[in-house]
Design a protein around this ligand. Structure first.
Ligand code: C5P
Length: 222
């Protein structure tokens, strides 16, 4: 059978990347984490001290930036101008700044172009905020994954703890809520559920249950 495109969207820390990775692996598809691309350009903007509020400055920065995603056995590696930034893009510093950068139309245009190139002619599981609505409108399967903000903050807290990072739960919940609000209210392809997407509430689902559900939906479309 021909490979299909699977779009997974939803608010921050809903489990999209964890589940997208499992599904991609089971189908032998490429996993593409689009949030990592917005995080990478944000890291560079912070390092260079550009005016984060300026669409023009952000657009100009992207013109002299190379962002590469490389799928490996251990997961996706992210390269910024040939430097491995896979870890560096996950700091709270970047997380807090990313939604402002991602709102710029010039940034989105360029990223979407790259994302479509990465998806062309192959089986992909792509996660983000605007994949079903904008990046891959023809995707055979679109899932909008969510969970309560309390549950999402708790999961992020546990993840962080396992990585030796100790950010207070209340701070994580506030950061997640702020980011969702900015991502939903921006003008340029905001976060929203595509009309043809299937809603999946993961609040009371395990990782395995959520992955199984998406696998079942995928198999119906193969
Ligand atoms: O998925 P992740 O939480 O890593 O995404 C980081 C940020 O990147 C989001 O909060 C959002 O501002 C932006 N983003 C986006 N469109 C996407 C993926 C991510 O605007 N497709």
């Amino acid at each position: 059978t021909n490979p299909i495109q699977i779009a997974i969207d939803g608010p921050a820390a809903a489990g999209k990347s964890t589940i997208a990775k499992i599904v991609a692996e089971q189908l032998g598809y490429t996993y593409i984490d689009t949030g990592a691309m917005y995080r990478a350009i944000t890291l560079k903007a912070l390092n260079e001290g550009i005016n984060m509020a300026s669409n023009e400055e952000a657009g100009e920065l992207l013109l002299r930036t190379e962002i590469d995603l490389q799928p490996t056995e251990a997961g996706q590696l992210v390269f910024l101008d040939n430097e491995d930034v896979t870890e560096a893009i996950r700091t709270q510093h970047v997380t807090k700044a990313v939604s402002e950068m991602a709102a710029h139309s010039l940034v989105r245009e360029r990223m979407v172009e790259l994302q479509r190139q990465l998806a062309e002619g192959r089986g992909v599981v792509m996660d983000g905020r605007d994949i079903g609505t904008h990046v891959l409108p023809e995707a055979a399967l679109k899932v909008y994954m969510s969970a309560t903000v309390e549950e999402r903050a708790r999961r992020r807290y546990d993840d962080n703890k396992n990585r030796g990072i100790d950010t207070p739960l209340a701070e994580l919940q506030a950061e997640i809520a702020t980011r969702d609000k900015m991502d939903s209210e921006r003008e340029s392809s905001p976060l929203r559920q595509s009309d043809d997407a299937i809603f999946l509430d993961t609040t009371n689902l395990s990782i395995q249950e959520a992955a199984d559900k998406i696998m079942q939906l995928a198999k119906e479309r193969l």
